[in-house]
Design a protein around this ligand. Structure first.
Ligand SMILES: NC(=O)c1ccc[n+]([C@@H]2O[C@H](COP(=O)([O-])OP(=O)(O)OC[C@H]3O[C@@H](n4cnc5c(N)ncnc54)[C@H](OP(=O)(O)O)[C@@H]3O)[C@@H](O)[C@H]2O)c1
Length: 268
């Protein structure tokens, strides 16, 4: 595993799922980690497991609030003395057919998935320029294609992708890396549990959804995030099936749309 000894890392959405696995992986690789999310108890417990204040601190934060994001960065820098890596991982899902989504559903989706990353990056930038550090924006394969029944989620991740790619170019002269990471389906996460599910949501159909081929574990995704923090590519698309989905959509958009449309009648 790549060595991150004494690198200072902030991970948003670190209370569960991919963020939690990523925090554990960075800590095992020698990094000092600041853990952010809204669930204070889960963060404090994880910080204790990772070695306490010398190695890990919990900073409860709602990333949709720009002031709280500023405090997250300030408290991390005050505690550890700098910042090398920002992992913008916090996310939630709004799911359902577009006609059933409320305006506030769309706004909440963007407030967390897109503006959460923007607020944290803005506050972190001076410190990342000083350390020639890296931002990892955890997006989704859903942001590379238009995903029916998840138009809010998919478009919020597409916005994240475009912003992230623009930053890659802007910050390159300063030695700051910006990586867009697009996981495919990931097992053992609570994304739908805490999401906003409207009519037509695949997550709320009575049938238990089958595990999609190409699904990865949170640990596999975490390993890919650490590798990306080290190598700093523009974009990383995870899972062989995720890569195939992306390729089909670029080469044969009509085929991609046909495959997705086949899933829709089963909802009604
Ligand atoms: N699961 C998948 O199949 C999949 C696929 C592609 C991409 N992703 C992306 O991977 C990232 C991690 O998701 P996950 O799959 O690990 O799901 P998860 O287990 O639900 O984790 C989401 C994390 O984000 C935090 N969060 C949600 N709203 C927040 C807010 N307003 N402020 C701060 N933290 C907030 C949650 O903590 P609190 O509730 O404690 O705040 C939690 O720690 C997300 O960006 C997601 O879009 C997931």
């Amino acid at each position: 595993m790549t060595d991150f000894t004494d690198k200072i890392v902030i991970i948003t959405g670190a209370s569960t799922g991919i963020g939690r696995a990523t925090a554990i992986a960075f800590a095992r690789a020698g990094a000092r980690v600041a853990l952010a999310a809204r669930s204070a108890d889960a963060l404090h417990q994880l910080a204790d497991e990772l070695g306490g204040p010398e190695r890990a601190i919990a900073i409860p934060t709602d990333v949709s609030d720009s002031v709280r994001c500023g405090r997250l960065i300030d408290r991390t820098v005050a505690h550890f003395g700098g910042l090398d890596i920002l992992v913008n991982n916090a996310g939630m899902v709004v799911s359902g057919m577009f006609e059933h989504l409320q305006p506030e559903d769309m706004e909440r989706q963007y407030a967390v998935n897109f503006f959460g990353a923007v607020h944290c990056a803005r506050a972190a930038l001076p410190h990342l320029k000083a350390s020639r550090g890296v931002i990892l924006n955890i997006s989704s394969v859903a942001g590379l294609i238009g995903t029916p029944t998840a138009s809010a989620y998919s478009s919020s991740k597409a916005a994240l992708n475009a912003w992230s790619r623009a930053l890659w170019v802007e910050l390159r002269p300063y030695g700051v890396g910006v990586v867009t990471v697009c996981p495919y389906f990931t097992s053992g996460v609570k994304l739908a549990e805490k999401g906003i599910l409207r009519e037509g949501s695949l997550h709320s159909t009575p049938r238990k959804p089958r595990r999609a081929p190409g699904t990865q574990t949170t640990e596999q995704v975490a390993r890919a995030i650490l590798k990306a923090a080290h190598r700093r590519p523009r974009i990383v698309v995870l899972s062989p099936v995720g890569k195939l989905v992306w390729l089909i959509d670029r080469l044969f958009p009509w085929l991609s749309d046909w495959i997705m449309a086949r899933g829709l009648p089963r909802l009604r």
